[in-house]
Design a protein around this ligand. Sequence first.
Ligand code: PGA
Length: 256
Amino acid sequence: MRTPLLAGNWKMHKTVAEAVELVEALLQSIEQGYSTDREVVICPPFTALYPLAPLLAESVIALGAQNMYPADQGAFTGEISPLMLKEVGCRYVILGHSERRQLFGESDTLINRKVRAAVGHGLTPILCVGETKPQRDAGQAETVTLAQLRAGLEGLSAEQLRGVVVAYEPVWAIGTGDTATPADAQAMHAAIRAALAEGWGATVAEAVRVLYGGSVKPDNIDALMAQPDIDGALVGGASLVADQFVRIVNFEALSA
Ligand code: PGA
């Protein structure tokens, strides 16, 4: 059984003061009536991690970062190491988000180094993969997504793969309000799981959580979560609004 994971990607939003305010609102509503059959993580900007850690320490919400550099320390101006993330209480780290790939030129090779460094330090990577609109229109959605998946996870043992979360985020659905249909998302999630089974064995593939991301909102979360291979969501815009994120966390499991 895979425990559903609902993850908030705050991107470059929220000062420390605003972050504290949002977390206080989330804690109040999420903890009332929270079901322990699901896990929640929020990934604020680096500057908010340290001040938020004590607020979240005894709570049901885990802390994650949005990026990191694959070295413990050194001359890497502007970067943050896995040790630093662990020190401030992070358990998760988003890696290979399409904004990092597109705006900051991150390659599959660099992303793979980050995934391996995260796993090596006991952080759970949330590896993002997904195709652009032109790639989907050209019928390459699956090829592109699976190539990113295999490259991102290269070199991991089956045991290490168990500690990884994958997020399928079609680039054309991110921040656009244009979400994949539950059936299209399910088809890609099934393809991702089949690729994991081929590379690492069926048992591990069944254990890995595959999240969907791209315009996840209160009004589409239930239908997405009803799909057998969708194990949670990576939520951008709607994770910045307490009521919306709480509704997403409290998704209702509809029968598919
Ligand atoms: P969105 O972002 O929910 O605002 O589409 C998702 C993401 O980029 O992870």
